[in-house]
Design a protein around this ligand. Structure first.
Ligand SMILES: Cc1cc2nc3c(=O)[nH]c(=O)nc-3n(C[C@H](O)[C@H](O)[C@H](O)COP(=O)(O)OP(=O)(O)OC[C@H]3O[C@@H](n4cnc5c(N)ncnc54)[C@H](O)[C@@H]3O)c2cc1C
Length: 390
């Protein structure tokens, strides 16, 4: 969940008695024919937390590393450092890496890493005509990519505004558009690996003040590019007091892509194997270890692992913790309330404290779960539904 996705985009419609602002009927926005339906309350009880996971977003101030380097006799195409946007940008980033790899006309390609970036790069390389083996220390569900929220968040912690060069925005836009298109081909498949769902930002503040609060939240200097994908971003709808079922004054609704990561990882793995792909469990200690591989061309998708493997300190950790509540089949929406983000997925209800501002978790490599913080965020959601019931 990413509150910018709501507030950054335009407003398509406004519903609610107090929002016409004295405008004449002709000036008022289109009437709302799409009211908020039944909202199943989330059973936000701490004894329904079935696990707490921590993951480090692989953040690089200049954006993901996508250059090509010679390591001994291997041609290595890097594809790592996607911050909080790895799932969202994976296909577009894979296309760029595979195009660079195919310039050497390899019949075989080695992909290092089996997370979101490794799997999508491997499938893209197969489609380009190569035989692909994935070499990785861990596979799903043991990779960090399995611990993501599962939202379309293509510019979440993807670069710093002052470090990413001017051409990065255009590259990002290409990656985002390509990924977005590719993810649509997973919508409607059995097991719903990718689906569209409603998200609600709940607040007592009117939209202008919500936006001002968002600006106060942005202190780290991360780059934001949502205006470059307005053509593929559904507009938000604002529901005013009395026009929605939540206990806050305002509810902003937006449609957003959800990645049901358990089903999606399964689907990607099956697709890779069905096209003749192979996995090998290998840990590389240093770049020269790549010399042991049969393949001459390697795509390096080691995520945060690249920091140690390639001694690349430009990869910085951004810690994120998720409390997983038992799934409820009719909780298929997401919400953002008092800095806590919640997303109902088929494999669990994902509850995440987003912190007071966007420095939250930056440069923290502490992977120990914090039970107290997890319970506190679940209790905040319990308060919301408690107020709704009363
Ligand atoms: C809390 C949280 C929420 C997130 N939510 C979202 C979201 O909603 N949407 C979104 O788009 N992104 C999200 N992200 C970001 C996303 O999860 C990452 O950008 C993405 O998982 C990175 O994928 P990856 O394949 O590069 O890395 P990883 O998943 O870390 O995979 C790396 C692979 O490389 C292997 N490897 C590493 N080092 C070595 C080595 N030395 N030898 C052999 N193998 C090695 C690993 O075993 C693994 O297989 C979130 C991140 C966090 C932390």
């Amino acid at each position: 969940m990413h509150r910018r996705r709501f507030l950054g985009g335009g407003l398509a419609a406004v519903a609610g008695a107090n929002l016409s602002g004295g405008r004449s009927a002709a000036q008022r926005p289109m009437p709302m024919f799409d009211p908020i339906g039944t909202i199943t309350p989330i059973r936000a009880l701490v004894d329904r937390i079935f696990r707490i996971t921590v993951c480090l977003r692989p953040f690089r101030a200049q954006g993901p590393r996508l250059d090509v380097e010679r390591v001994g006799r291997k041609l290595v195409v890097h594809n790592y450092g996607h911050g909080g946007s790895g799932w969202s940008l994976s296909w577009g980033s894979a296309e760029i890496a595979v195009r660079k790899a195919m310039m050497a006309h390899p019949r075989e390609i080695a992909v290092i890493g089996a997370g979101a970036i490794g799997l999508t790069s491997a499938i893209a390389a197969q489609r380009a005509g190569a035989r692909v083996t994935i070499y990785a220390r861990d596979r799903f569900p043991d990779v960090p990519s399995a611990r993501a929220t599962g939202s379309w968040t293509p510019d979440s912690r993807i670069a710093m505004a002052d470090a990413a060069g001017p051409e990065f925005g255009s590259l990002w836009s290409v990656m985002a558009h390509e990924s977005y298109a590719r993810w649509q081909s997973f919508v409607g498949l059995a097991g719903q690996p990718v689906l569209w769902s409603d998200r609600y930002t709940l607040s007592d503040l009117p939209p202008d003040e919500m936006r001002a609060e968002l600006r106060r939240h942005d202190v780290a200097g991360f780059a934001h590019f949502s205006d470059l994908i307005e053509d593929i971003s559904p507009r938000s709808q604002l529901f005013g007091p009395g026009a929605h079922p939540f206990p806050t004054r305002y509810a902003l609704r937006n449609s957003q892509m959800t990645f049901n990561i358990a089903a999606l990882a399964h689907q990607l793995t099956q697709d890779f194997l069905a096209a003749g792909g192979r996995f090998e469990a290998v840990t590389f200690e240093q770049p020269s270890d790549l010399g042991r591989l049969r393949e001459k061309v390697v795509i390096n998708c080691t995520g945060y692992g690249a920091r140690a493997l390639f001694r690349d300190e430009s990869v910085r950790p951004v810690r994120g913790q998720i409390a997983w509540l038992l799934p409820q089949s009719t909780v298929d929406y997401g919400l953002f309330y008092r800095n806590v983000s919640v997303l109902g997925r088929s494999d669990g209800i994902v509850v995440q404290d987003m912190g007071p501002d966007d420095r939250f978790g930056l440069d923290s490599a502490d992977e120990r779960p914090d039970r107290e913080a997890a319970e506190a965020s679940v209790r905040r959601i319990a308060e919301l539904f408690g107020a709704m019931a009363s």
